[in-house]
Design a binder for this molecule. Structure first.
Ligand SMILES: [Zn+2]
Length: 237
């Protein structure tokens, strides 16, 4: 019924959930950059044809953004279902065992640093005002009026991925063919350095290592698909 990390989550409140959204947006954009860059650079290894590059990039953008959105929809729906189930259990327990629930709430408040006496008084007042809300917040770390909406989460990842994917797509189709690879690789590495920097800042992690790791991952992805594209182009052409 209770767990330590859920308490910590409740503690973080609105700031914590805003950070989670931001981090999800940065990660979604990062995915869009890396997977689309790998795709278009790979196709560019095999062909100079601009419409083939556009088709591949656009297909990759749509496939990736829809797959991200569907995955996010499923995972948030599942989380929402389990939160609703936990609230239903809580509601039933409050009705059947009000004394035990009051003792439980008191214990949780003591665990947060209140004295026994003050915790008891606080638990009584919280229970009188809105018992379910108090238990949802202190015990489960959720606000019953503010469960994450699966559609919002799905649209957010769709747009984050699309925004990231547009960069390599435009970078490969817009410039003249003689410089398109340089423009794409350069802008992708710069963008990955930026998203690596940003996500490290959001997670309060060391920035330098995150930037190198993130840009390095993208460089490897583009190198591998470019090599595969050149090989396939040589074989097929
Ligand atoms: Zn409870």
């Amino acid at each position: 019924m209770s767990s330590t990390d859920q308490h910590d989550e409740a503690h973080n409140g609105a700031l914590g959930s805003r950070l989670n959204w931001l981090r999800a947006a940065v990660l979604g954009a990062n995915d869009g950059i890396v997977s689309t860059a790998g795709l278009v650079v790979g196709v560019a290894g095999a062909t100079d044809d601009r419409s083939a590059l556009l088709t591949a990039g656009l297909a990759g953008l749509l496939a990736g953004s829809m797959s991200m959105a569907a995955g996010e929809y499923v995972s948030v729906s599942t989380q929402r279902d389990s939160e609703k189930a936990a609230l239903a259990t809580e509601r039933r327990e409050l009705k059947e065992f009000p004394e035990a629930e009051l003792a439980e709430l008191t214990g949780l408040l003591v665990g947060r640093g209140l004295s026994e006496e003050v915790a008891r008084e606080a638990a009584v007042q919280l229970t009188e005002r809105d018992a379910l809300r108090a238990h949802a917040s202190v015990e489960l770390g959720i606000n019953p009026d503010d469960l994450t909406n699966p559609w919002h989460a799905a649209w957010a990842s769709f747009f984050a991925f699309t925004a990231g994917a547009l960069l390599p797509l435009l970078a490969i189709v817009l410039p003249p063919s003689s410089i398109r690879l340089y423009v794409t690789v350069g802008s992708v590495l710069a963008a990955l350095a930026l998203t690596g920097w940003w996500s490290a800042r959001l997670g309060a992690a060391p920035v330098g290592r995150a930037v190198v790791r993130n840009a390095g991952g993208g460089a490897v992805a583009m190198g591998v698909t470019y090599g595969a594209g050149v090989l396939l182009g040589a074989v097929g052409g």
